[in-house]
Design a protein around this ligand. Structure first.
Ligand SMILES: [Zn+2]
Ligand SMILES: [Zn+2]
Length: 313
């Protein structure tokens, strides 16, 4: 099976929606069918419907902070999951304020949910395993962003161990599964005759990975975001303003496209996507943010609603 991760931009505006851009939300889905929603701005359900994604498929929702443009889609999502009689459990990540929002919502609406909602409160820096099988794993980690309220940037990381070469396994280890397990776990094992077998001896490719970092709302520079973003394949960064409003960006806890580009360059990422575009930039005007950023970091795309990216592992 082709191992790939699809990133779908559901909403790319910031603060208020416009006729062209909805409020912040990004869907990340991998080849195993793991569906992660980053932020849930108002209108996220319609955006999902337009992309042909059923709300019941979402496994994880990670909310950066409790500002309305990032969270007001959550009540509608849960209501629809209830209507569709979802059965699998849902994990919601977010800071304390988001957990309070969720708790109050559940108390006020008083649905008798047919599924479990697991709230995970994020604090400081941390990580949580989302999926693990045979040495392959997907992890969600977070670090504080630099915004006007408590807010977190998220990193989703896929780490895949090398795939084994069945011929080499048979030739070197025979049918000793304990030794195969030891090589997979520790990277090496010692045979009864004293020879050392390394993972590379029985693998047909290399370990692979990919990572996506989503800043949510943040100003620049932000040391903890820079650290979280280091070496990511894809960085999705707050780019609320063009460069002439750098001062306003700093005051309001946001970034300009140029600042996002500097963050991308310093973190050594492969691709930068600019999002959370202020409603003041109508239509083609927003391209200015991308133009300015591309002078600092050429591998940059200004997101639009419906943009899909495919990362292969
Ligand atoms: Zn925002
Ligand atoms: Zn905000």
């Amino acid at each position: 099976m082709a191992r790939s991760v699809e990133v779908v931009f559901l909403g790319t505006s910031g603060g208020v929606p416009t006729h062209a851009r909805g409020l912040p939300s990004v869907l990340v889905r991998d080849w195993n069918g793991l569906n992660i929603l980053l932020d849930a701005g108002e209108g996220v359900q319609l955006a999902l419907a337009r992309m042909g994604v059923a709300v019941t498929r979402i496994d994880v929702i990670a909310i950066t902070h409790a500002h309305g443009d990032h969270i007001n889609g959550l009540p509608g999502l849960l209501q629809s999951m209830y209507m569709y009689e979802r059965s699998k459990s849902l994990i919601v990540f977010g800071p304390r304020s988001v957990m309070r929002f969720l708790r109050d919502l559940l108390e006020v609406e008083r649905y008798d949910f047919s599924f479990e909602i697991v709230g995970v409160q994020v604090e400081g820096r941390g990580g949580y395993p989302l999926w693990e099988r045979g040495g392959d794993r997907v992890t969600l980690s977070w670090a504080p962003a630099c915004h006007s309220v408590e807010s977190y940037a998220y990193r989703i990381e896929w780490s895949l161990r090398p795939r084994l070469d069945p011929e080499a396994v048979k030739a070197i280890l025979g049918s000793n599964l304990r030794l195969v397990g030891e090589v997979l776990e520790r990277g090496m094992a010692r045979l009864p005759d004293g020879r050392v077998v390394r993972l590379s001896d029985i693998a047909r490719d290399e370990a692979r990975g990919a990572s996506i970092v989503y800043t949510g709302d943040t100003s620049y520079p932000c040391a903890s975001v820079a650290e979280l973003a280091r070496g990511a394949r894809l960085l999705i960064h707050d780019s609320t303003f063009a460069e002439d409003l750098a001062e306003e960006a700093r005051e309001r806890g946001h970034s300009t496209g140029v600042q996002a580009a500097m963050a991308a360059r310093e973190a050594g990422v492969s691709l930068l996507v600019l999002t959370h575009v202020s409603a003041r930039y109508e239509g083609y005007e927003a391209r200015r943010i991308e133009r300015e950023a591309s002078r600092v970091f050429p591998n940059v795309i200004l997101a639009w609603d419906g943009l899909k990216l495919l990362l292969t592992l």
